[in-house]
Design a protein around this ligand. Structure first.
Ligand code: IPD
Ligand code: CA
Ligand code: CA
Length: 255
């Protein structure tokens, strides 16, 4: 493991813990909530605050790196490094004071994700992975589940914000899967869903029309925990499918 990457992951953990503490502090205070692309796609003032907080931290330590965050324009740097940040994944949950939200931070080097950190402050869970070094939850190694049949599997998914107006809304796929599996969960945070697969609590996850800030950190976590991952760029966003090997394969057949 490069000493430089080790230092970067330590920095990220310090930043997300500071930002997460602020998110928890502001969770039950009155806050400004605005709609983005649709009336159900929300952004709170805490999303904006966290986005700016993390950008400033990254810029101060790594001024030549590129930065992609959900709430601001792409910042073009001069190096091969690119950060991909979701300041709050699970904003609708956050706006409803439901504790299933997190900060997701990925670092790419020459186009490949090499570091992923997902911190869910209300759950007290910090997931981290570095390329080739395994996946960890609060410092303890994690791995995907052993479940090998769909009937026993619990899987997660999500639905796009434009689901009422665009027929590509995952309803048909959800109906196909729900009849075959032990259970389906919808946490409202793609990054948390991916971390649940990495930690073996869920056996698989799929979603359509999601964005790099939702999944880049979580995909590395699943990979490093021994899972299979697929990400396909589509007309609108990405299709992502992950799981332990047998459940991944069964889900792929159904979708
Ligand atoms: C959303 C969450 C949700 C997923 C949506 C995402 P946001 O991110 O990850 O689970 O279903 O597709 O956009 O808006 O809370 O950052
Ligand atoms: Ca998100
Ligand atoms: Ca977000």
């Amino acid at each position: 493991m490069s000493a430089e990457w080790k230092q970067i992951i330590a920095n990220i953990k310090e930043w997300v813990k500071e930002a997460g503490a602020e998110q928890v502090k502001r969770l039950d205070q009155p806050m400004e909530v605005k709609s983005k692309s649709s009336t159900i796609d929300l952004v709170t003032e805490v999303d904006v605050w966290t986005d700016e907080f993390l950008r400033q931290k990254i810029k101060a330590s790594y001024p030549d790196h590129s930065i992609l965050t959900e709430e601001q324009d792409f910042h073009e740097g001069a190096s091969d490094y690119e950060w991909v940040v979701d300041p709050i994944d699970g904003t609708v949950n956050y706006a409803h004071q439901f504790p299933m939200f997190c900060i997701s931070v990925a670092l790419k080097y020459k186009g490949e994700t090499v570091i992923g950190v997902v911190y869910a402050p209300k759950l007290g869970e910090c997931y981290e992975a570095m390329k080739g070094e395994g996946a960890y939850l609060n410092g303890n190694p994690i791995s995907v589940s052993q479940t090998d049949n769909l009937k026993a599997a619990v899987v997660a998914t999500g639905f796009p914000y434009d689901r009422a107006t665009d027929p590509q809304n995952n309803v048909k796929e959800f109906n196909a899967v729900i009849l075959k599996v032990g259970g389906v969960r919808r946490t409202g945070s793609a990054a948390i869903d991916l971390c649940q697969v990495a930690s073996g609590r869920f056996d698989g996850y799929w979603e359509y029309k999601i964005n790099p800030w939702d999944f880049e950190a979580g995909l590395l976590l699943v990979q490093e925990a021994g899972g299979k991952v697929q990400k396909v760029k589509q007309e609108k966003g990405y299709f992502v499918l992950v799981g332990n090997e047998p459940i991944y394969t069964e889900l792929q057949d159904l979708l």
